[in-house]
Design a binder for this molecule. Sequence first.
Ligand SMILES: [Zn+2]
Length: 157
Amino acid sequence: MPWTQNKGLYILILTLREKAFIPVGKLGIIPFPSGTYCYIGRAKRHLRQRLARHSMKSKPTRWHIDYLLPHVEIQAVILLPLSSATECTLAKQLVKMGGKPHPLHFGASDCRCTGHLIYFAQEATPHLDLLAITMGNTVGFLRNHTEGHKKTLVEEG
Ligand SMILES: [Zn+2]
């Protein structure tokens, strides 16, 4: 169980409401169309702390995802055990579902794949449940609560 073992793969489901030009470190200023973005990450340890860091509003920029997160809302997090896949294979699965790597090589400085951020235009966005079922082994969702920015994790077995 990724949550209890505090390690695992995760997919952040992110919504960008309006098109934005966002500087992403060495990738430069990137145009991000509005829609849904799925970011795939991996924590060999400290998974819970990593997710807590992702949901912090202000922090130093260290990874590509740090540049994007202030502009989006985290809709949900899908957790998967480390053994089930890699970031690269999950990214490929999302592309098969109609997503597109954008921008290329986002979050993928250490591998040779097309990137770990997959964009779905509004009309192509897969339903969250479908996405979770397709990924299998859904362990938990981190849901936005309406009161403030408080987020809670709901274990789903
Ligand atoms: Zn990769």
